[in-house]
Ligand binder design. Structure first.
Ligand SMILES: Cc1cc2nc3c(=O)[nH]c(=O)nc-3n(C[C@H](O)[C@H](O)[C@H](O)COP(=O)(O)O)c2cc1C
Length: 320
């Protein structure tokens, strides 16, 4: 698939470690996400055949287009990992994580720390490009620490063959809170010819229009999709001027149950429920009695307990 066909006009689900597993990604695709990306996968662990890492690569047929995101700092690890992806996993594209600000990641020279080392970053892009036939993209920030070198950095990646760049428009020091930096997005879009995907706090059609006006081909949505896969349907309806009927609580819970059933299929009941508690809390947001229900949700450890919690939530709503 050509990268332009994947990202043009896209409203995609952002990669989120611990959140965007196949269960959630497939639900988002069924609600009209344009494409999804895996949680970040360690290039080193994958190249060493780590079982837990491989289990993160499960996907469903509805997940198309689908990108796999690798993180690391060694071009050799990226090369081996990309060869494995090419042979065994057939992603539609491979994304390189150059934006993660987590101390554990940047202290190893990976994630956003790569934005401080253009030479190494271009070697990584070249290594991946040589090892895989699908497009290669990079997810960056405005820059590492307080520097804002995204435009020059992306231009160097472009010269090494990168096919598209996603920008989370904050520096690594800004983490997730301060307002996104639209000026750097615009400078980046003017600096490269490859498509740019804008990211950061996007949740309305107006935000998408702002990104498009700055020169972005598509956008990516992260936190606003947590517990709300319906956002993709809402935005695609709004963009087309078609009415969007917000889901009822019952409809929301039916989708949550479907998501958890898929997680159980993939991970077994105990692991799936452990990892689904946060999703349950997000789905409960805005409901009557949500804070008490969230407290209950943080303790559930079986599918039956989840079903009982949902019954209770619906009863509370009816009583209200
Ligand atoms: C819990 C969580 C996990 C994340 N994991 C990743 C990741 O694995 N790879 C990545 O490139 N970005 C990751 N991100 C960043 C998001 O992809 C996105 O860039 C960021 O949340 C800003 O977009 P938003 O405002 O729409 O959430 C993560 C964000 C969150 C909140």
């Amino acid at each position: 698939m050509d990268i332009k066909d994947i990202v043009e006009d896209a409203v995609a689900l952002a990669p989120m470690a611990g959140v965007t597993d196949s269960a959630f990604r497939s639900i988002c695709m069924e609600h009209h996400a344009s494409y999804t990306v895996s949680e970040m996968i360690s290039a080193k662990a994958l190249s060493m055949g780590d079982k837990k890492t491989k289990s993160l690569l499960k996907k469903r047929s509805v997940e198309k287009p689908f990108g796999i995101q690798l993180f690391g700092h060694s071009p050799d690890d990226f090369k081996s990992a990309s060869e494995i992806l090419e042979d065994d996993y057939s992603p539609d594209f491979v994304d390189i994580n150059m934006g993660c600000p987590a101390p554990k990641i940047i202290s190893s020279g990976a994630g956003c720390a790569l934005m401080d080392d253009v030479v190494l970053s271009t070697k990584i892009v070249e290594a991946v490009k040589k090892s895989i036939s699908v497009p290669v993209t990079a997810k960056i920030r405005c820059g590492f620490k307080d520097k804002k070198n995204a435009p020059e950095f992306a231009r160097a990646l472009e010269q090494s063959g990168i096919d598209a760049v996603t920008i989370h428009a904050r520096t690594s020091n800004m983490k997730y809170k301060p307002p996104i930096d639209l000026f750097t997005i615009e400078k980046l879009c003017n600096a490269v010819r490859v498509p740019v995907i804008g990211n950061g706090d996007i949740c309305t059609v107006n935000h998408i229009k702002i990104m498009n006006n700055l020169g972005c081909s598509g956008v990516m949505i992260g936190r606003a999709a947590m517990g709300n896969p319906f956002i993709f349907l809402e935005l695609s309806s709004n963009k087309r001027g078609v009415p969007f009927n917000a889901p009822t609580s019952k409809e929301k819970f039916d989708v949550l149950l479907k998501q958890v059933e898929r997680a159980i299929e993939d991970k077994g009941e105990r692991n799936a429920l452990n990892q689904s508690r946060k999703h349950v809390c997000w789905y409960l947001k805005g409901m009557r009695g949500a804070s008490k229900l969230r407290n209950d949700a943080s303790k559930i450890s079986s599918y039956i307990e989840l079903k009982n919690l949902i019954i209770k939530a619906l009863e509370l709503e009816r009583a209200g």
